[in-house]
Design a protein around this ligand. Structure first.
Ligand SMILES: N[C@@H](CCC(=O)N[C@@H](CS)C(=O)NCC(=O)O)C(=O)O
Length: 215
């Protein structure tokens, strides 16, 4: 049995829970981090050296931290699900998209920081949204002629990018941003997947409502 250590409304935990849902792996999730604390417990630091969530453990003592590494591990342990493109070139392109997912993550983080200031500065918000839009436009261009990041099926690249994209669409409607139609269509396709609904839309949105754009 797998145990996921991480509060459900963290974006890094959400992408691991989503990946577990897509691979039909059963697991137990422990509320950890944030208001639940635990990140500094020495026993937890042995699992996740920076004390960040999520980490996973298995009854036989196997453990792993960093959501990207956990998704890669899941993709290799569940090869039948096809989360790795079979073709070598496509597989490494998917890896590149996974690594690149840190860029929109940083961009949306800056929007959130500007939005959550006690007295938000409209100029700062507009600037951070413009910068985030430029970053998401890269993904929009990739999605022009395909259903998913690597083609016609969901891969690790979508799993790495789907949560941060959801946060883009959670930017309050009052804040102006350019339309990115291919990105939006892809997000709608993800929203049609039960595991994405359960672990990303329901959980990350709930936090966005209380804290402003989630985390
Ligand atoms: N790159 C890491 C990021 C981990 C991370 O920063 N997690 C955040 C939540 S999204 C965290 O641990 N925040 C502190 C906390 O919740 O206590 C990963 O993808 O696993």
């Amino acid at each position: 049995m797998l145990t996921v250590w991480g509060r459900a409304d963290s974006s890094a935990t959400a992408r691991v829970m989503w990946a577990l849902g897509e691979t039909a792996q059963s697991c137990k999730r422990l509320d950890w981090g944030g208001a639940f604390g635990g990140g500094d417990d020495p026993a937890y630091r042995a699992l996740s050296p920076p004390g960040r969530i999520p980490a996973i453990t298995r009854d036989d003592g196997f453990s792993l931290w960093e959501s990207g590494a956990i998704i890669r591990w899941l993709a290799t342990t569940c090869p039948d699900v096809g989360l790795w493109p079979a073709d070598e070139a496509a597989r490494w392109q998917a890896e590149a998209w996974m690594d690149w997912s840190a860029a929109p993550g940083r961009a949306i983080g800056s929007v959130r920081t500007a939005y959550r200031r006690q007295t938000p500065d409209p100029a700062e918000m507009a600037k951070t949204i413009r910068a985030a839009a430029e970053t998401f436009a890269v993904l929009d261009a990739q999605l022009q002629d395909r259903a998913f990041v690597m083609g016609d099926r969901l891969t690790v690249a979508d799993l790495a990018l789907g949560v941060v994209a959801h946060r883009w669409f959670r930017i309050p409607e009052a804040l102006e941003r350019p339309a990115l139609p291919a990105l939006e269509a892809w997000h709608q396709r993800l929203c049609a997947r039960p595991a994405y609904q359960d672990h990303v839309v329901a959980k990350v949105s709930a936090r966005a409502q209380t804290l402003g754009m989630g985390d």
